[in-house]
Design a protein around this ligand. Structure first.
Ligand SMILES: [Ca+2]
Ligand SMILES: [Ca+2]
Length: 188
């Protein structure tokens, strides 16, 4: 009977600690293309690198000003230009999920989520309503980049979910399992 109680307690402790560790350490950053004052601006945790041709004086990209609640600040890419986004994170932080809202007023807008073990691409064809596209590490591994490309697309709310180094959680589980074994032996 005592053994059953101890085992149950250990199992509950493991579940509780792992659950709380995972909950506490999950961070979500959202690039909403607005600064603290509601003006157009980039989030320094997202690093943008632009590619593409620029005929004449037409810019490759543009940040929309926040004008009204129905017109939130967003980001536009033109004429097949591309924006390669990477993340300014510490080496112990890993992106396990990413999403982006896309709308398009005249042509195809695409997003490619790139991970350690693969990538996934979505193309949104001429839809004026915002739609969310996402990818997770279960499909493509740890996510390291997001590539946007469009002729006339708007992007908003690029969201990344970050967890600490997987080893931290793994060591914690290992430590608790040792503790469980110890309790079981102690009880024999
Ligand atoms: Ca926004
Ligand atoms: Ca912001």
């Amino acid at each position: 009977m005592l053994r059953l109680i101890l085992s149950t307690l250990v199992a509950l402790t493991i579940a509780f600690v792992v659950h709380n560790a995972a909950q506490a350490d999950v961070t979500i950053y959202v690039e909403d293309f607005e600064d603290e004052q509601g003006n157009a601006g980039f989030d320094p945790r997202f690093q943008h690198l632009f590619y593409g041709h620029s005929p004449g004086s037409i810019p490759l990209w543009h940040l929309s000003e926040k004008l009204t609640p129905s017109y939130p600040g967003d980001f536009r890419l033109f004429l097949g230009s591309q924006d390669m986004i990477q993340f300014n994170l510490s080496p112990e932080q890993f992106v396990v999920h990413a999403s982006v809202d896309i709308r398009d007023s005249g042509g195809d807008s695409a997003v490619c989520f790139m991970g350690d073990i693969g990538e996934v691409t979505y193309v949104y064809r001429s839809g004026y309503e915002y739609r969310t596209f996402d990818a997770s590490s279960s499909e493509i591994g740890i996510i390291h980049s997001i590539l946007l490309s469009s002729y006339e697309g708007n992007y908003d709310n690029i969201s990344i979910t970050i967890v600490p180094e997987p080893n931290c959680i793994a060591s914690l589980v290992a430590m608790l399992l040792c503790l469980a074994v110890f309790f079981k032996r102690f009880n024999h």
